[in-house]
Each structure stands twice: as C-alpha cells, then as structure tokens.
Design a protein. Structure first.
Length: 585
C-alpha cells in the first residue's frame, strides 16, 4: 500500500464522515425539533420509551445525538433518569438503520434491476437531484431533503474511495496477520472501542468497517468483536457531554455506558461459549457489508431484549456509581437553556419560546398586581411587584443571551424568523414590567401622601386601566397561543388608549381650571397615563412583530402607517367597538 493509496483512504474517510454529518444535520432540521419535543414529554412506560428512542434515532441517524439530548433533558430537569434508560435502548437499535443503508454497496449480480440497486448506479442520480433541490428550492423542507440526498451521495462516494484505496490489501500477508490478531475478542473489542471513541459515531465506524469489507477479506471472527467494541466506543459522546452537567445528567451517561458494556459482556460470553462447543462455521467466512449490518443489528436487539426488564436495576446501578453532591444547586427554570440543545437549533428555539411565553405571563401578572394597588395599596403586594420585575430582568438577560447563541448556528429560515420575533418581544415584555413597577410606585406615593383623586378622575383611571389590561391580555394571548386573530385586535385598541389618554388629560386641565384638582395630582395622573400609554405601545410592538413575522416580513413602521391610512374595514370596526366599550364623556 503506497502513499497514494493512503491519501485516497484518508480522502475517502473524510468524504464519508462529512457526508454522514451533512445527512444527519439535514435530517435533524427536517424533523424540525418535533421529535426532540416528543422525547422531552416522555414517557409513560419503558416500551413506549424504547419505541420512541428507536424512531427518533432512525430519523436523525445518530444514537449519540439522541443520548446527548437526553443528557441535556435530565440536566435541565425536563426528564428524570428513569425515563431515559429505555429510550437509550431504543436509540441503540435505531442507529442500525445507517448500517443497512450502507449495506446496499454489497449487492451483487448482473441483472439490470440489481445493477440499478447498486450505489454506483443510483448515487450519481441522488447527488444530481440533491444538488438541483439545494440550489433551486425555496422552501427549507425541500432544501433539507436535497441536502440529505447530497450527504448520502457523498457518504457513498467516500465509502467507494476507501474500498478502492484498500483493495490492494486483500492479498497482503502482513495485513491478514493483523486481522487475525483482531480475531481475539478482547483485542477486537478494544480496537473497535478506541476507533469509535475517536470519531464519536458507531454508525460511522461500522460504515468504515463495511467499506473495508468490500475490498478486503475480513472474516466474521474479526468483524464480530470489532462491532461489539464499536458499540461501547459510541458512549464517549454522552460521557463528554455530561462532564459539565449535574449529577443526574452524569448518571444518564453512565447508564448508557452500562447498557452497552453489560450487553457486550452478556453477548460475548454467551456467543463464544456456544462457539467453543458448536464451532460456528460462518466465523471463518468473509463478512460483507450486509453481514456486518446483521451482526450490528442482532447485537443491539438481543442485548435490549435481555436488559429492558432490568431498567430499574440499571438506574439504581447508575445512582450508586455517581453519588449525589449534597452541595449541588437545585435545578432552576433557566437550565432548560442547555448548551447541548444548540446542536438542534429548532428544539433550542422552542425552549426559548416557552421561556418568553412564561416571561410574558409574569409581566402580565406584575401589571395586574400594580394596577390593583391603585385601588387598595398593600405593602406585601408592592414587594411582590418588585420581585416579579427583578425576575423579568433575569429572564431577559438569560433568554436573550441564549437566543444570540442560537442565531450563530445553522438554522432554518422558519427558526430564524422565530428568533427575530422573540428577540424583539423580549425587550417589550421587559419594559412592560418596568412600567408595572412605575405604576406600583405611583400607587405607593398616593398611599404615603394620603391624597385622593376626584370622583371623575377615578372613573377615568378605571376605564383606561381596564383598556390597558385588555390590550396586555390580547398581546400575551397572541404570543403564547400563536393566535393571529388576537394580534390583529391589539392595534385598534392601542389607538383607543391613545385617544383615552388625550381625553383624560383634557378633562384634568378643565378640572384644574375649575379648582376641582391640584397640580400635584396632575403630575401623578400624568405619570399614570404615560405608563399606560407606554404599556399599550409595547403591546402594539409585540402584536405587529407577530403579524409581520407571520407575513414573512419585518417592516413595523411601514405596516403601522399602512394600517392607519388604508381605512381597512376590520380595523375600523374594531376601533369603533373599543371606542364604545371604553367611552369617556
């Protein structure tokens, strides 16, 4: 094997790993985070967990990715350790799909139909279709589908390149002797473990073994222990991922290791004991790509059937292995913004959306408590408004920072729009909580100074308070429930609140002239009205942002100008309805 063959081997391996990575990433994007969201809501029993782990991993083509997601779920408190064990077992079986796809390279025959099924026949077609879809498609779904086809084609070209590069080793005596050394179960398992740990993918390492089997004589006596070792080596990814996590997430990684190691020990012991007595004849035969896929699949199915009744015991073993840290902090809501989720941007975006919705609800709660203080002041409720405002500030800081990290990843156009929407909304939600605190402080000032508004002023304040409460409720509902119709109702009410603001100020000036009101109360009333107006403005921003994102654009000022000047009937009808509802003489 000369230097050129070695370079071809390295190039083929690079293409193979790149194609697998490209295909996996595109599959994740095409799934849109839905599979991960389903995982996060599991599970009612171990068999459902197994099936879901199998399906999710078969779709995203990576048991390591699934397990890392589980580590993140447990670290952030979304799932419990016991829920993950059956899912990990399902993921182990689901990852064998890749090996079956690669086994098509082992199809033999000269008939036209059989030739069409061979990778060298259909791979160029897939690459062409994928390239055309990637370059011409407008929708993310079609682009991702095209990228999947391209990734698979690159992967198969890489596999062919590796097979061609090592074809000269078929009759090489040194290489044959080295393979004989790997026939020793312990050595084979060790080599498979180390190689897979380096490239961090059992699917990829099994694929490399399949590529070698196409050009070299690799007997089952060598392939079997190497495949078993490859299954152990893939656990390195969740182990590395859990290093920065809490105790529970480390237990997930350890349980993953135990599942693989126990499976290997049980299967190796049973298999080689039987082999000593029965002398399986196939062990001396050459292992093809399809045969390797069979061994890989059988191992994971057999070990799962044996171990799935003992999920509870594996959980206890993981707990005993990783002792709890008494000083470890409790999981808080922001742990859902786990760095591991950035590998699946669609899921990370969904986690941020959930937090922004929670943030909006808290801001609404702070506003309602603040306006209640205007009627009846209570020191404890005032402190609660202060606490809620501080909490909102923390939400803004944590969520905005995480969204910026997501924005730096490769995400779909849909996710990009949602990130833009959330970043705009966060600032408005935070400002609403600031105005809620301002209202609470105004209520405290009125209470401390023991002053009171006139009866008419009280009526006016009650009307604009009700209008402000409704517009905030509309904006929060639109955001949290993805309700476009609610969002459309916000701007007409915002216009009515602006009108109320002007009328109340005019009424105050008139009362001031008649001596029914004082300058001091005038300043306080002006502060109240300013805060109500600002709250309605921020609600308008949230609603308009939501509407514009839904219409695939973001021209807020242009939209508002068009809305106010177009005389649209729906807008006019809503405006008139709100004007009658919040009428001031």
């Amino acid at each position: 094997m000369d230097i050129f063959a070695i370079l071809s081997l390295i190039g083929g391996l690079a293409l193979f790993l790149f194609g697998m990575d490209l295909m996996g990433d595109s599959l994740k994007k095409l799934a849109g985070g839905k599979l991960e969201s389903i995982l996060a809501r599991l599970t009612s029993n171990r068999f459902k967990g197994f099936l879901l782990g199998l399906i999710v991993t078969a779709v995203i083509q990576s048991s390591s990715a699934t397990t890392v997601m589980l580590v993140g779920f447990v670290n952030s408190g979304i799932m419990k350790l016991g829920q993950t064990i059956s899912i990990i077992m399902g993921a182990n079986v689901g990852t064998t799909v890749t090996a079956w796809l690669l086994s098509t390279a082992d199809i033999k025959g000269t008939a036209t139909l059989i030739k069409l099924l061979k990778p060298e026949s259909f791979t160029p077609i897939l690459a062409s279709i994928g390239l055309i879809m990637t370059m011409t498609a407008k929708s993310d779904k079609k682009k991702n589908t095209g990228t999947i086809l391209l990734g698979f084609a690159i992967l198969m070209f890489g596999m062919d390149a590796m097979s061609d590069a090592v074809s000269g080793l078929r009759d090489n005596e040194t290489f044959t002797n080295m393979l004989t050394m790997f026939s020793n179960p312990i050595m084979g398992i060790l080599v498979g473990t180390i190689f897979t740990a380096i490239i961090q993918s059992s699917s990829a390492s099994v694929g490399v073994l399949q590529a070698l089997s196409l050009s070299c004589v690799i007997p089952y006596s060598t392939a079997v222990p190497v495949i078993l070792g490859q299954n152990i080596g893939t656990t390195i990814t969740p182990i590395i991922s859990s290093i920065s996590g809490n105790t529970e997430s480390k237990r997930v990684a350890v349980s993953c290791l135990y599942i693989k190691m126990l499976g290997v020990v049980i299967v190796v012991s049973a298999f080689y004991i039987l082999h000593n007595f029965l002398e399986f004849s196939f062990m001396t035969e050459q292992a093809g790509a399809a045969g390797i896929a069979v061994v890989h699949t059988l191992f994971n199915i057999i070990s799962t059937v044996i171990l799935i009744p003992f999920c509870g015991a594996i959980e206890k073993l993981a707990i005993k292995t990783i002792r709890s840290n008494k000083q470890e902090r409790e999981i808080d809501v922001f742990d859902t913004l786990d760095e591991r989720f950035l590998d699946v941007p669609s899921f990370a975006v969904e986690k941020c959306r959930e937090l922004v919705c929670d943030m909006a609800k808290i801001s609404g709660k702070a506003f309602n408590k603040a306006t209640a203080l205007l009627e009846t002041f209570n020191a404890e409720e005032f402190s609660e408004v202060e606490r809620l405002e501080t909490m909102i500030d923390k939400y803004e800081d944590k969520t905005s920072t995480y969204l910026i990290k997501i924005a730096a990843t490769q995400m779909s156009a849909k996710d990009s729009k949602v990130v833009t929407e959330l970043l705009h909304c966060i600032g408005d939600i935070e400002r609403i909580s600031d105005h809620a605190l301002n209202l609470a402080e105004t209520a405290k000032e009125v209470y401390d100074k023991k002053i009171s508004f006139s009866d008419q002023a009280k009526k006016d304040i009650a009307i604009i308070t009700a209008a402000a409460s409704e517009i905030l409720d509309l904006a929060i509902t639109a955001l949290t429930q993805d309700d476009l119709e609610m969002a459309k109702r916000v701007e007409p009410l915002e216009q009515v609140i602006d009108r109320l603001n002007r009328k109340i100020k005019s009424g105050h000036i008139e009362r001031l002239r008649q001596g029914d009101c004082t300058m001091e109360l005038g300043f306080i009333l002006s502060d109240l009205l300013t805060n109500y107006e600002r709250v309605s403005d921020h609600c308008s921003n949230i609603a308009v942002c939501f509407i514009e994102i839904a219409h695939d654009s973001f021209e807020t000022h242009e939209y508002l100008n068009q809305l106010k000047t177009s005389g649209e009937k729906e807008f006019s009808d809503l405006y008139e309805a709100y004007k009658q509802k919040y009428y001031i003489e």
